[in-house]
Design a protein. Structure first.
Length: 221
């Protein structure tokens, strides 16, 4: 019980910060978890036999996470290309061994990201029972659709109606802003779009599909 309480308290700190950053807080927390995993693996575990076996079975990381690993190596301290080489030597050796029919297991970082999304969604659902946290959530940009569905599934029954109402309101505002952006862009309309309307097309992209990040979120440490 104490462990769960401690974990919830720690999650509250990170999720409260994510709510202030803009966009979906679960997307942000999952991405931070991915970056921390990459850094920790490259800094501490490139000699771990179990990790090497995972990399051999998955033939390295998926395309998205391989690109993220490259970014982390380029921007973060204390991790080097040599660490990547050490891990991928194992993966490349397995490919050569199994050609022309290599058997690829799921990307280990994809599995971690799924676990992180489930964990963060569970904690957010619990935290939303707190009135102050609920207010902070309402002031934020809210959730993307995939993570709303996950949070709603995991949230306590008591908070579900409020959560659904909040999400509906956000989609209603988005729909109105999308329509107004189109209307005001017509040559025969002399009104300027609001900032929310100008941003609406980008919001629609992440709101329905989830957020993507062009560079690492964690720059130091």
């Amino acid at each position: 019980m104490k462990k769960e309480t401690d974990e919830l308290g720690l999650a509250a700190v990170y999720l409260a910060r994510a709510l202030k950053e803009g966009g979906c807080p679960i997307c942000r927390r999952v991405r931070e978890s991915e970056e921390r995993w990459i850094w920790t693996v490259l800094y501490e575990f490139t000699g771990d036999p179990e990790l090497h076996e995972k990399f051999a079975q998955s033939l390295g990381l998926c395309r998205e996470h391989a690109a993220l690993m490259a970014q982390v190596v380029e921007i973060r301290e204390l991790v080097t290309p040599t660490s990547v080489a050490r891990l991928y030597e194992t993966a490349v050796s397995r490919v050569l061994q199994d050609l022309p029919r290599p058997n690829r297991r799921p990307c280990p970082l994809c599995e971690l990201a799924e676990e992180a999304a489930e964990r963060e969604s569970f904690f957010l659902g619990k935290l939303l029972l707190d009135p102050e946290f609920w207010e902070a959530f309402q002031r934020s940009d809210g959730l993307c659709l995939p993570h709303f569905l996950r949070v709603w599934r995991l949230a306590p029954e008591k908070i579900r109606p409020s959560l659904l109402s909040d999400q509906r309101a956000r989609f209603h505002r988005l729909l109105q802003n999308l329509r107004e952006l189109q209307r005001k862009e017509r040559f025969d309309v002399g009104e300027k779009p609001t900032e929310a309307e100008i941003r609406s097309w980008r919001e629609a992209l992440w709101r329905l599909s989830g957020m993507s990040f062009s560079e690492p979120l964690i720059k130091r440490g």
